[in-house]
Write a new protein. Structure first.
Length: 146
């Protein structure tokens, strides 16, 4: 849904899209907790992401442009959150980031990643999640084709 505001087009998501994103936001927030993720944790996060129906590129964008700006500082904190983020607060912050996703945020994230000044979460954890999503989807495809 597109809404005109102050002469600029702003992407205002509908309620259905917000509900679809919430489990992904919650799952990806685990990548920013001050804890070591087990293989079971990675599989849970990947399972939620795989079930969302988003492509890997869309999931990466959600991770980098909606979740990371909201809670990425947690990993740089001396005493970061380790038990989990308040869901209402998390959803509000991620929704704001979804609405504000624009060229500036994309450019800033590109520069920060380019110069390795921004690794919001352990990149190896993200890669583990992606591998697991691919595995889950391959298994589902085989199950549906046979």
């Amino acid at each position: 849904m597109q809404t005109e505001r102050r002469g600029l087009k702003s992407r205002i998501p509908d309620t259905r899209e917000l509900r679809r994103r919430r489990p992904v936001w919650k799952a990806f927030s685990e990548l920013f907790l001050d804890t070591q993720l087990s293989e079971r944790d990675i599989r849970r996060v990947a399972g939620i992401a795989a079930d969302s129906g988003y492509t890997i590129k869309e999931l990466r964008d959600i991770h980098l442009m909606e979740v990371a700006p909201a809670i990425g500082k947690n990993l740089r904190s001396i005493a970061g959150e380790w038990a989990g983020f308040n869901e209402k607060w998390l959803y509000e912050r991620c929704a704001q980031n979804l609405i504000r996703r624009n060229t500036f945020i994309r450019f800033r994230n590109f520069l920060l990643r380019r110069f390795r000044r921004c690794n919001y979460c352990n990149e190896s954890d993200w890669n583990r999640v992606v591998r697991c999503i691919d595995e889950i989807r391959r298994i589902e495809e085989r199950g549906n084709s046979g």
